[in-house]
Design a protein around this ligand. Structure first.
Ligand code: ADE
Ligand code: ZN
Length: 346
């Protein structure tokens, strides 16, 4: 009989919160460093990985920005995205919305076009060769000035067809959503969907979630776990049917546990919670490992896992016809499972 691990491994998946720069595995970092004539201050990938011991968002972000300095050419960005997409495909991810941080590259002298052309080419190849569909979400770095975010937004416009939405990430402390209201208003006018990180247990977190709802009018919230702290917030999120992209293994690094009780509560409240990997190369778990870890900790069963993936496909920024195809595949997966477990018990 199929166990939960096998059920999770096989389920058709939708990943909505993964930073492409956070998928840079130490082995690839070394390969790219060599290709680009850079010397890393570690003897090998294992030694680098052993330094990954994060206790909060800033300690992670330091390693994250340092790591991505090996990304210089269009081919580097292609290889990075291709590596993620092939891994995701192996985990039965059918559709992914992938964050990228252009300012973390343009501020180092890498052209916006270099970044996005490399990423885009990998996405096109993944669809053609693997049948895995993916779209890009451009994130602004909230610890840099809003003027830089606006300039980046304008720089993205020639590539608008390749970007489905915009997000806000990096260090949240002292960098509220309202500081970027004009940037997001313009992004909306340009046709982008809107999301923002409200990382777990940050200073003024509930006020930041409120601003996402009332000032910016986001279409989704990344993490957003602290909405549970205020009934007015989670009631409004439920009323609007907004999605929350929860990242359990990432939570463990930032706040010490998987947030499994919160995930169960979100499901009980009927919120459209989803499970995602965030920065899997740094936190040590792709989407399957996240689903398994949180399901075991929260005591979730197959029905809840199906619900999580159903939520993800429902809130994905996809045309209705495409979404329906994925939802039909998910339904068929659930039905097959029911039939085989009935047969096993007959
Ligand atoms: N950038 C990459 N990962 C992030 C996260 N989890 N929170 C904020 N900014 C990020
Ligand atoms: Zn994130």
């Amino acid at each position: 009989m199929m166990g939960l691990a096998e059920f999770i491994a096989g389920i058709p998946k939708c990943e909505l919160h993964v930073h492409i720069e956070g998928t840079l595995e130490p082995e690839m970092m070394f390969e790219l460093a060599e290709r680009n004539d850079l010397v890393l201050p570690y003897t090998d990938a294992a030694q680098l990985r052993a330094t990954y011991n994060f206790h909060d968002l800033p300690s992670f972000l330091k390693a994250y920005y340092q790591g991505m300095e090996v990304l210089l050419t269009e081919q580097d960005f292609y290889d990075l995205a291709w590596a993620y997409l092939t891994r995701a495909h192996a985990q039965n991810v059918r559709y992914a919305e992938i964050f990228f941080d252009p300012q973390a590259h343009t501020s180092r002298g890498v052209c916006f076009g270099t970044v996005i052309r490399g990423l885009r080419r990998a996405l096109v190849d993944a669809h053609r060769l693997l049948g895995l569909r993916a779209q890009l979400i451009m994130c602004f770095l909230r610890d840099l000035p809003a003027g830089f975010a606006m300039a980046t937004l304008l720089e993205s416009l020639p590539y608008k067809e390749w970007i489905v939405g915009v997000g806000l990430d990096s260090d949240e402390r002292g960098n509220p959503p309202s500081a970027f209201a004009a940037v997001f208003e313009r992004a909306r006018a340009e046709g982008y969907f809107l999301t923002m990180h409200c990382d777990v247990d940050q200073e003024n977190t509930t006020e930041h979630i409120r601003q996402c709802l009332d000032v910016v009018g986001v279409d989704r919230i990344d993490h957003g776990v602290n909405a549970l702290d205020d009934p007015a917030l989670h009631t409004e999120i439920a009323r609007r049917g907004l999605g929350l992209t929860v990242c359990p293994i990432s939570n463990r690094h930032v706040r010490g546990d998987l947030g499994h009780d919160s995930l169960r509560r979100m499901l009980d409240l009927g919120l459209r919670a989803t499970v995602n990997s965030d920065d899997p190369a740094y936190f040590g778990g792709y989407v399957t490992e996240n689903l398994l870890a949180v399901s075991e900790a929260a005591g979730l069963g197959e029905r809840e896992v199906l619900r999580l993936e159903h939520n993800a496909f429902e809130i994905a920024w996809l045309p209705a016809g495409v979404r329906d195809t994925y939802l039909a595949e998910l339904r068929a997966y659930g039905k097959d499972r029911e039939v085989s477990s009935r047969a096993a018990h007959a």
